[in-house]
Structures are given as structure tokens and as C-alpha cells.
Design a protein around this ligand. Structure first.
Ligand code: HEM
Length: 532
């Protein structure tokens, strides 16, 4: 049967070709990874416990920072770590190098972070938009809701949410209370109010329960998840993104979250457009304001399409939720450890608040409050490590020269296209050369004593990189700072916070830095007592 013979014959030769092509691709991948790592092979590296995990378990599994901060002491602000499957990654906490990477078109969001962002926020969300002009246009449009002036309008929303947190804490006198879910719920509510003009109830039960599930999933990191991340970051983009369609409970919840966010965004836009047609006021929240120019038929280069607005719903709702909630939890935990500072802060708040309560200026005028927020952001940056990849060969400038393992002093770090770079934000914020010998201590007074930091400014706020820097700086940083100011004022003015006997909380890093309870679950247990 010639046909079938031919079929098998051609199938055999196709198989040979496939093996040959697979072999060539493998050789090419090996050549590229050898060529890439040859540029940095002389950068010092801590011993790697295994080829499979490299240093990733040490770096990323709890408690966070156990190895990383020692490595920084031993190897300095530039060193190499091993990723899973023998990959070479750079760890960078040198401020000049960080500034360069964040502002240079030679670096983009790394594949691991991008895949995660596509899964959590959707591929149309601004963080995933690859074209810099489109990214800038979308950011500029959304920024109308995040300027210093715009965020002052949200103070009543923040204050109402803060009072709701207080009401929930009322009944918890002397019982260890996990403030983490309470704060996470509150930060979801403020974003919903500010962006969409919706209350938490308006979001609907399904949205809320799915959000709780997603926040829980985001809190977990295990050896298996490290391997899964490493594999997906090496897959072709289309395949890595197709993973979301796998029929597992996690991906089902994530798919549902994206669907619900899109549905929510579309619903809000429909309602706002109807309101605009009816001549009603819609510009008090971000989505309303985004639709306003359309109503006035204004087309500017900053115009954002309706589908682009819808595609931002997931990131707008979620990016500021646990980041802000966890940072506030860390601030409360640090206050619980420092009763004297807590007492002074309470006195400052009582002396300042009152008739001037709803003014942004009042919140900015409290030195202790703002020192607490800055110090919390310094030691607990939500995105403790972020990832970038070199899209072309680059020469990264350094603050001070570094000595390679061969004893050579270099002032610039050469990297090849494709090199993965971990930006050590938490490490940068503990650099002794920049923050002083007490860089590892929680010490709000450093912000009151004059110069908290030595060296050039980085980042949008307080010389910190907690909100990153450059064109991809956190869109909501002013929102987050004001929200924390309002929440902390309300809570510290009404309650005292102490640590329960269960023991000191740990810190883990799973997408965001989070407080972890003694049972290993995400959460911040504190003893809360009403003071007025
Ligand atoms: C303490 C609170 C927060 C922290 C520490 C924080 C931190 C960050 C960081 C480090 C990034 C950069 C991620 C990267 O490219 O590697 C980022 C991006 C972003 N954040 Fe925040 N964030 C916070 C609160 C918020 C809030 C309240 C919003 C409100 C919408 C928000 C919205 C965004 C958005 C939209 C991006 C993507 C920006 C872009 O790619 O252009 N964040 N955030």
C-alpha cells in the first residue's frame, strides 16, 4: 500500500527532521544561555544548593530575607544567583544600576513577572502593554485619577472605610485579631469607590468571594510553584499564556476573576455613558472622568478606548489592594512592638485632627505619622524583588566599582540580551552605604533627624523604590500613601496595638511581601484595645 508506505516514509523523515530541528533549537538555547551567562560568570555568586532550584528556595521561600540580606553583606549590591535549572540571574541593589535599568529602554519587564501579570490582570492591563507609546498613552489617561489634586477628593472615601475598619475592631478587645483580611477588604472598597463610584455591596457577592479566593491564592508559594514559574517563564509566550486555560481550581478562579473584572468594567462604562447622555454628573470617580472627554468629543493623543478602560479594571481593583493592606499591617505590627512611639504618634494625631480632619494638608503635616509610613515602606516594600530582562546587550553603570571573582575591578556591568535581572528593592532599602549602619533596624526617627538617605534621589517618594521608579512607577503611589495616612490616623487615634503571646510574625514574599502568622498562613495578629 504505497499510500500508507509513503505516509509512514514521510512521517519517518518528518520525525527525523523534527528531531534535527529540536536538536538545533536545543543547541541554540544552550549557546545563547552560555553566551549570556559568560558575560556575568565572573560576578560573585553564593553557593547553589541544587541545579533544580538553584538559590531560589533560599531567596523566595519564607521567611523572606533570611539569605538575601546576608548575601548582600557578603557580595555587595551586585551579585549573581542561580535560578531554577541552572539559570544565572543578577541580583542588583546598587542605586545607580537600579536607576539605569528602570529608565532604560534596554530593559523590560521579565518573563516571569509578565506571565504572572497576564494571568492575574489580563494581557491588556497596562503593566503587560509592551509598546511604550501605548503604555504611556494609557497611563497618561488614567493618571487623571491619581494626581495629587485628584486623590484629595478620595479623602471622604478613605475616612468612611477607616471608620468601617474601626467598627470591626470594636468587638475584638484583648483577643488576638487578624487585621489582614479586614484591611484587604477595606482597600478593595476604597478603590472601588474611587475608580468606579461603587460600594463593596455594588460589586456583588460573587466578585467579593472570588476576590477573597484570589487574594488567598496569591499568598502561597511553594517549591512546586517556583518550578512552575521557572518553566512557564521559559515557554514561548503563547504557551505560557495558554496555561490559564488548564482545568485546575486555581486557574478556574483566576479566569473567573478576569471575567468578573471585565464584566464589571463594561457595566460601569455602560452606566456612565447612560448618565452622560442624561446630562448627569459622572466625573467624580476615575471611570466617570475617563469618559468625560469622550462626551465632549475631545480627541487628544491621550485618548483611551473603551475596551482599553475595561482592560484596566482588574489591575486598578487589585494592584493597590494587598500592597496597601499589607503595608498597613506591617505598620501596625511595628507599632505593636514600639509602645512608646505608638503613644507619641497617638498624641500627635489627637493634637492635629479635629476640625481640619478632611484636609490632605493635615495628613501631610504629621511628622511621626509620615515617618512611620516611610519607614514601613522602606523595610517592607510590597514588591521586595521585581524582575527585568535585557532586550539588547547593555552596559549598566554602577555607583562604585565591583571586584569580579577573578579580582578585576569593573565600573560598568556588561550584560547580554536576554539576561534576567532581579531588582532587589528590599535590599536597596537596607544598603548600609546609603541608609547607615542601622539600615536593618525599624527606626522611624531616621526620617525626623534630617537626612534619612545619602546619595542621589531615586523613586517617586522619600528616596524609596517601594513604588519603583521610571516610566513604570506605581500609578497609585499617592493614592496608597494618603490611604495609609487616613487609616493609621483613625486606627491609632482610637485603639492601642500590642503583640499577642503567639510570637512575632514572620514575613513571606509571594508576589507581595506579606505578614505571616505562626501557623504559616498569611495574616497579622495583634491585640487591639480601645483607647478613647
Ligand atoms: C503600598 C502600596 C503599593 C505599593 C508598594 C505598590 C508598588 C508597585 C510597584 C513596585 C509597581 C511596579 C511593578 C513592576 O513593574 O515591577 C507597581 C505598579 C503598579 N501599581 Fe502599585 N503599589 C501600591 C499601591 C497601588 C495602588 C493603590 C494602585 C491603584 C490603582 C496601584 C496601581 C499600580 C499600577 C496600575 C501599576 C502598573 C504601572 C505600570 O505598569 O505602568 N498600586 N506598584
Amino acid at each position: 500500500m504505497p499510500t500508507s508506505f509513503n505516509f509512514f516514509g514521510s512521517a519517518m523523515s518528518e520525525a527525523r527532521y523534527a528531531i534535527l530541528i529540536a536538536g538545533l533549537i536545543t543547541l541554540f538555547v544552550i549557546y545563547r544561555s552560555v553566551r549570556r551567562s559568560s558575560a556575568i560568570r565572573q560576578i560573585k555568586c553564593p553557593p547553589s544548593p541544587s541545579w533544580l532550584f538553584g538559590n531560589m528556595q533560599q531567596l523566595l521561600l519564607p521567611p523572606y530575607g533570611r539569605y538575601e540580606f546576608d548575601w548582600q553583606k557578603t557580595y555587595g549590591p551586585i551579585y549573581r544567583v542561580k535560578g531554577c535549572f541552572g539559570q544565572d540571574r543578577l541580583m542588583i541593589s546598587d542605586p545607580v544600576a537600579l536607576q539605569y535599568i528602570l529608565n532604560s529602554p534596554q530593559f523590560k519587564i521579565g518573563p516571569g513577572l509578565l506571565n504572572l501579570a497576564v494571568v492575574v490582570y489580563g494581557k491588556g492591563s497596562m503593566i503587560c502593554v509592551d509598546n511604550e507609546q501605548d503604555h504611556k498613552r494609557i497611563r497618561t489617561a488614567l493618571n487623571i485619577g491619581f494626581t495629587a489634586g485628584a486623590i484629595r477628593n478620595y479623602i471622604p472615601i478613605f475616612e468612611k472605610a477607616a471608620q468601617m475598619i474601626s467598627e470591626q475592631l470594636e468587638d475584638s478587645s484583648s483577643v488576638p485579631t487578624n487585621v489582614s483580611p479586614i484591611l484587604s477588604h477595606a482597600t478593595l472598597g476604597t478603590m472601588s469607590g474611587a475608580a468606579l463610584g461603587y460600594s463593596l455591596d455594588d460589586l456583588g457577592e460573587e466578585f467579593i468571594s472570588n476576590n477573597i479566593q484570589i487574594m488567598g491564592l496569591a499568598g502561597a508559594r511553594s517549591p512546586m510553584s517556583l518550578l512552575a514559574d521557572a518553566i512557564s517563564s521559559r515557554m514561548p509566550t503563547f504557551l505560557a499564556r495558554a496555561v490559564i486555560h488548564l482545568p485546575t481550581p486555581t486557574f478556574k478562579a483566576v479566569r473567573r476573576a478576569q471575567h468578573l473584572a471585565d464584566e464589571l468594567g463594561s457595566r460601569v462604562i455602560r452606566e456612565k455613558k447612560t448618565a452622560v447622555r442624561q446630562g448627569l454628573e459622572v466625573d467624580t470617580n476615575i471611570y466617570g472622568r475617563l469618559l468625560q472627554p469622550r462626551h465632549e468629543s475631545t480627541t487628544t493623543k491621550h485618548t483611551i478606548t473603551e475596551s482599553e478602560i475595561v482592560a484596566q479594571t482588574a489591575i486598578i481593583m487589585v494592584a493597590g489592594q494587598d500592597t496597601t493592606a499589607n503595608t498597613t499591617c506591617f505598620a501596625l505590627l511595628e507599632l505593636a512592638r514600639a509602645p512608646d512611639f505608638q503613644e507619641k504618634l497617638r498624641a500627635e494625631i489627637h493634637a492635629t485632627m479635629g476640625s481640619v480632619r478632611t484636609s490632605g494638608a493635615a495628613y501631610d503635616s504629621m511628622p511621626l505619622l509620615n515617618a512611620l509610613i516611610k519607614e514601613t515602606l522602606r523595610l517592607y516594600p510590597a514588591e521586595a524583588i521585581t524582575e527585568r530582562v535585557a532586550v539588547e546587550d547593555a552596559l549598566i553603570p554602577l555607583s562604585d566599582g565591583i571586584t569580579t571573582s577573578k579580582g578585576k575591578l569593573i565600573s560598568h556591568l556588561p550584560v547580554r540580551k536576554g539576561q534576567i535581572v532581579n531588582l532587589g528593592i528590599a535590599s536597596y532599602q537596607r544598603l548600609e552605604s546609603r541608609w547607615g549602619d542601622d539600615a536593618h533596624e525599624f527606626k522611624p526617627s531616621r526620617w525626623l533627624d534630617g537626612e534619612a538617605v545619602k546619595g542621589e534621589a531615586v523613586g517617586p517618594y522619600a528616596n524609596l523604590l517601594s513604588f519603583l521608579g521610571g516610566p513604570r512607577t506605581c500609578l497609585g503611589w499617592r493614592f496608597a500613601v494618603l490611604e495609609m495616612q487616613v487609616f493609621l490616623c483613625e486606627l491609632v487615634s482610637k485603639f492601642s496595638f500590642a503583640l499577642p503571646a503567639e510570637g512575632a510574625p514572620r514575613t513571606s514574599f509571594a508576589g507581595t511581601l506579606q505578614p505571616t502568622m505562626p501557623n504559616g498562613q498569611k495574616g497579622a495578629l495583634v491585640l487591639v484595645e480601645r483607647v478613647i
